[in-house]
Write a protein of this length. Structure first.
Length: 109
């Protein structure tokens, strides 16, 4: 169940961060409310994850996936360019998450 909560935390954080961009520095009410709700839910789910998964591993996965999702949303929705070094860097982040999940005994702790 911890990984379900972790995925939900990443999704909530992604929604909150996307809404932060859309809020235009908190000048638009609906996206501003989504920021608060998104981050609130993200931290609530992350708190539940920490019952089972060590904080370093949980945060690495949460932040890494959040970076990837936000970069894709920024590219698709907000038309923010991604150059080759950015894509390579994000591939390395994804590789790090895979290494943690496949090879680390800490992740399964």
């Amino acid at each position: 169940m911890a990984y379900v909560y972790l995925v939900l935390a990443v999704i909530a954080e992604t929604i909150g961060t996307s809404a932060l961009q859309a809020s235009q520095q908190f000048t638009r009410p609906l996206p501003s409310v989504l920021v608060v709700i998104g981050y609130g839910l993200a931290f609530w789910f992350l708190a539940h994850v920490l019952r089972t998964i060590p904080v370093g591993v949980a945060y690495a996965i949460w932040s890494g996936l959040g970076i990837l999702f936000i970069a894709v949303i920024g590219w698709l929705v907000f038309r923010q360019p991604l150059d080759l070094p950015a894509v390579i860097g994000m591939a390395l982040i994804l590789s790090g998450i895979v290494v943690i999940q496949v090879f680390s005994g800490t992740a399964a702790h």
